[in-house]
Design a binder for this molecule. Sequence first.
Ligand SMILES: [Zn+2]
Length: 322
Amino acid sequence: MNSLTLYWSPDFIHHEVSVGHPESANRLLSIRDMLGRTGQWETYQKVEARAAAFDEIAVVHPIEYINRVEQTSQQGPAIVDSADTEVSVGSFLAARKVVGAGLQAVEDVLSGRSRTAFILGRPPGHHALPSLAMGFCLFANVALAADYARQAGQVERIAIIDWDVHHGNGTQEIFFGTDRVYYLSMHQFPLYPGTGKPDEKGIGPGRGYTRNFPLAAGKGDQDFVDILEGPVADVLMVYKPELILVSAGFDAHEYDPLGNMNITAEGFEMMTRTMKRLADELCHGKIISFLEGGYHLDGLAESVSRHLAALAQEQSSESINQ
Ligand SMILES: [Zn+2]
């Protein structure tokens, strides 16, 4: 079994945005460069992402919306719905491939071919609503992966941990009414997109299966680790997820231009180790992590490098003995 598989495609580079836009292809190039220098790129198993089919995306997004993203992308450069969400001719394929990568990762991790997975793709996904592109996001990548895992019938309970500095309003909304996906987010508040207050807890059968941890600007490594080891761990120990998905944004990094938090690259490694320990205890180490935000190129690259190193670590001895 591979301890970590990376899902990647050169097509992620061809989602082009205007000069100066923070969510640029340079983010992935910077990460790849760093992983090359550390030797990690050669070490991990890599899988070329496949493009998700329309009907696979339509599980969350109405066909009219998918068509609109495709048509706007073909006419690009253009924006979809929101001024910050730009597309180019290559964007639709890139967006389908990020979704497809998530579905492949679900198959590979649930079947035991890989213990953990990282989707090194863009555009990100946690702000995308079923019929609205926003916050640089076109399709709800993490939510689609979670739905795919549920529909495969192999898992009843999935936890999504979102530590991007922004609240994942899209993911929250998609699972607000279900108890089969537990959405937990830690994010700067107030900040874009404005959601993520503690009283947003779910509705109907989903009531109590959304938890938000809004944080004032300026919080650092230990603050985030304390939440993961405290209330997040408490929730997961009771919920007992069979698969953990991480919306791994790195824009809570101390140098990030879009956030005002103080996490270091080492902090992201500590947070990852905590998640890994929980996953080892609860679900045989099954974690799939999705790149969301992160806009300081060097800070992003170093943080992802350390995130992956921690994800790839073998199972801890305690859980092997259980
Ligand atoms: Zn973000």
